[in-house]
Design a protein around this ligand. Structure first.
Ligand code: DGY
Length: 331
């Protein structure tokens, strides 16, 4: 029996590529550089399925057609790089890998909370620059987390997992603005149990902005959330608070964030995502109270392997005529 042709738009962990090669006639992107629109369109013409990922310019590539591809199995949870409406109109199924990256991303959010509030980025930079003059009682003082309030915007899987770490590991009080509050339909059924277990309180967005010592963003980028934290809402944040973003850069207005950090209204930011990755505004990087990571939320070998395997399973299900496990759009 001929195997379905599947294009991988990027290199995936070895175990995933091996598993995919067993089931599909695999076309790999051996250079591992982002595919261009014409290259993606070539893939759409030739492949039955594509394992795509964030950064792939699929919005542009999908226009036109006709395409042979029937399924886009996204490697990752966020699908904001895909025009779901166009995919639907083309009858193309889109799947993602939501459950696989919850813990890794929540771990990274917690790491950024610690890095920002304890000024660990500043400390690391100081040591490497040979500028550390020795221990002193007033050197690089940050803020403790115990008893402080963490505001979670987007209380889905990752938001809840971050809240769990902050509450149970670091004694923070949790408030959250759920997905309905920020215009994203609620999908998680565990919200009520989690809030009860963590003594977490659902509040409106304005209240969350005003009461949180640290805010962590966990919403997908949708028309409702893009630009959600602009100048006005950043002004509503408590003076001296911190912003952590492991979701999507486009949820925050980067220029307004730079202003809020420069003016001292915000004490710091821990960022893993940016509006125009991989480019980051020089002004943002020049701020010493910013910790900047290169989109590492799900970057553990275990997690990236699990994400890839999930994409393979979704493809396998589709090609065998079974329901896919993680439908984002059913075409
Ligand atoms: C996702 O899954 O969308 C993440 O950003 C990848 O880490």
């Amino acid at each position: 029996m001929t195997k379905p042709i599947v294009v991988l738009t990027r290199r995936l962990p070895d175990e995933v590529e091996r598993a995919a090669a067993e089931h599909f006639d695999l076309r790999r992107n051996v250079d591992d550089r982002p595919m261009t629109v014409p290259e993606l369109q070539q893939a759409l013409r030739e492949a039955d399925g594509i394992v795509c990922t964030l950064g792939d310019p699929l919005k542009e590539a999908l226009t036109g057609g006709p395409w042979r591809t029937r399924i886009l199995a996204n490697f990752g949870a966020g699908t904001d790089h895909i025009d779901l409406e166009t995919a639907r109109a083309l009858g193309m199924i889109v799947t993602n890998t939501p459950g696989a990256l919850t813990d890794a991303t929540a771990d990274l959010a917690m790491a950024l909370i610690l890095m920002a509030t304890r000024r660990l980025g500043e400390g690391e930079r100081e040591v490497r620059a040979g500028e550390w003059s020795g221990w002193r009682p007033t050197h690089l003082l940050g803020n403790s987390l115990q008893g402080k309030t963490l505001g979670i915007i987007g209380f889905g899987r990752i938001g809840q997992a971050t809240a769990r770490r902050a509450r149970l590991g670091f004694g923070m009080n949790i408030i959250y603005a759920g997905r309905n509050e920020v215009g994203v339909p609620r999908r998680s059924t565990t919200t009520d149990t989690t809030s009860l277990a963590l003594d977490a309180k659902a509040v409106g967005l304005a209240e969350l902005l005003g009461k949180s010592d640290v805010i962590s963003l966990h919403t997908p980028a949708t028309p409702d959330t893009i630009g959600m934290l602009g100048a006005e809402r950043l002004r509503l944040m408590k003076k001296g608070s911190y912003l952590i973003n492991t979701s999507r850069g486009s949820v925050v207005d980067e220029t307004a964030l730079i202003e809020a950090l420069k003016s001292g209204h915000l004490a710091g930011a821990g960022l893993d995502v940016y509006t125009r990755e991989p480019s980051i505004p020089a002004e943002l990087l020049a701020l010493k109270n910013v910790v900047a990571l290169p989109h590492l939320g799900s970057a553990t070998i275990e997690t990236r392997t699990a994400m890839g395997m999930r994409a393979v399973v979704n493809l396998g299900a589709y090609f065998e005529g079974r329901p896919v496990l993680d439908p984002v759009s059913l075409g």
